[in-house]
Design a protein around this ligand. Structure first.
Ligand code: NCD
Length: 307
C-alpha cells in the first residue's frame, strides 16, 4: 500500500483501496490498542498548529503516546521563531531534523503543500485554511463504516458553511468513491463552491443544492452538520447575516427517517441544540472519539510500522 513515507496533503492522493486499508487498520487499532503500545517507541511526532484546535491536535498527540512515541510542537505561533519572521519552509526544514512526521494546521489554503516542500519527513495536513482536512475525512469515513456497516450508496446531506468548511470538501471527495447521493443544504452565499461541483459532475456523482433542509431531510441517511466558519469571514456583518440560520432541535427528528445519523466534525456553536445529544441519531461525540484509532493507524502506516 502507499502510506509508507507518504505525505497526507489532499484526499485525492488516496485511492478507494487506500481509504479502505486505512479504516481496516484503524479498526484493528481500536480493538487491540494494548498490543501496539510500544509500536512507536523512539519515534517523535511534531504537531505544529498555526490555528486553534482541540480534537485534531490532541488526538494526534494522544495516539502517539498510546503507541509509545513522543510529541514536540506548538499550538500557537506566539512562542516560536515564526514571530521573528522565519518562513514556513524554513521552520519545516528545521523540524524535519527533530521529528519523523510533521502534522501541520495552517490558516492558508495550500500551506500543507508548501510545508512539504520545506520538509524532508512526511507532512500530514491537519487543515489548511478553507481547503482540505484529509484526516478528519478518514475518521468521518471510519465512523460511517462503523455505523452503517457499509460505505456504498448512502444519501448524505451537508448542512451549514459548505463554502468554507474544509471537512466537507475533503469528505465529498472521499465518499465519491462509494456511489453516494449528495444534498448540499446552505444559503446561496455559503453553498458548495463550483470547483467541487465540477469535480462531482466529471465523476458522474448525483447531487442537489437547496436552502430548504426540511425539503430533503426525510430522504437522508446522514446529515453532516458544520459550523459557520467565522474565522474565514473578512467582514463581521457578512457573518452576522448567515450565523444561526440552521439550528437543529429535537423536533427536527420528526422530519427524518429513524435511521438517520447526524454527524458534525465539531466544534459546534449553536447549530445543534444539546437537547439532541442523547438521541440515537447523534453520533458526533463518537465521531470525535474515532479520531484516536484512525490517527494512530495513519501514523503507524506512514512510519511503516504496520502494513
Ligand atoms: C474542523 C476544522 O478544523 O476544520 N474541526 C475539526 O478539526 N474537528 C471543523 C471546524 O472547525 O468547524
Amino acid at each position: 500500500m502507499t502510506f509508507k513515507g507518504k505525505d497526507v496533503i489532499a484526499i485525492e492522493d488516496f485511492s478507494k483501496e487506500d481509504i479502505v486499508k486505512l479504516i481496516d487498520t484503524a479498526q484493528d487499532f481500536e480493538k487491540n490498542m494494548e498490543k501496539y503500545k510500544t509500536l512507536l517507541n523512539g519515534n517523535v511526532i511534531a504537531t505544529l498548529f498555526f490555528e486553534p484546535s482541540t480534537r485534531t491536535r490532541m488526538s494526534f498527540q494522544a495516539a502517539t503516546y498510546r503507541l509509545g512515541g513522543g510529541v514536540v510542537g506548538f499550538s500557537s505561533i506566539s512562542t516560536t521563531s515564526l514571530t521573528k519572521g522565519e518562513t514556513l519552509k524554513d521552520t519545516m526544514r528545521i523540524v524535519s531534523g527533530y521529528a519523523d512526521i510533521i502534522v501541520v494546521r495552517h490558516p492558508k489554503a495550500g500551506a500543507a503543500k508548501e510545508a512539504s516542500e520545506g520538509s524532508t519527513v512526511p507532512i500530514v495536513n491537519a487543515g489548511d485554511g478553507a481547503n482540505e482536512h484529509p484526516t478528519q475525512t478518514f475518521l468521518d469515513v471510519y465512523t460511517i463504516k462503523k455505523e452503517f456497516g457499509k460505505l456504498e450508496g448512502l444519501k448524505i446531506g451537508f448542512l451549514g458553511d459548505l463554502k468554507n468548511g474544509r471537512t466537507v470538501h475533503s469528505l465529498t471527495k472521499a465518499m465519491s468513491h462509494f456511489k453516494p447521493e449528495f444534498h448540499f443544504i446552505a444559503t446561496e452565499s455559503l453553498q458548495m463552491p463550483d470547483k467541487y461541483l465540477k469535480e462531482l459532475d466529471s465523476k458522474g456523482i448525483k447531487y442537489k443544492k437547496t436552502a430548504d433542509l426540511l425539503s430533503v431531510s426525510k430522504e437522508l441517511d446522514i446529515l453532516y452538520v458544520t459550523r459557520v466558519q467565522k474565522e474565514r469571514f473578512t467582514n463581521q456583518e457578512e457573518y452576522d447575516k448567515v450565523k444561526g440560520l440552521y439550528i437543529l432541535k429535537k423536533d427536527f427528528l420528526k422530519h427524518t427517517k429513524p435511521e438517520l445519523r447526524i454527524m458534525h466534525p465539531l466544534p459546534r456553536v449553536d447549530e445543534i441544540d444539546p437537547e439532541l445529544d442523547d438521541a440515537k441519531q447523534s453520533i458526533y461525540f463518537e465521531e470525535a472519539r474515532n479520531g484516536l484509532p484512525v490517527r494512530a493507524a495513519l501514523l503507524a502506516l506512514i512510519l511503516g510500522k504496520v502494513e
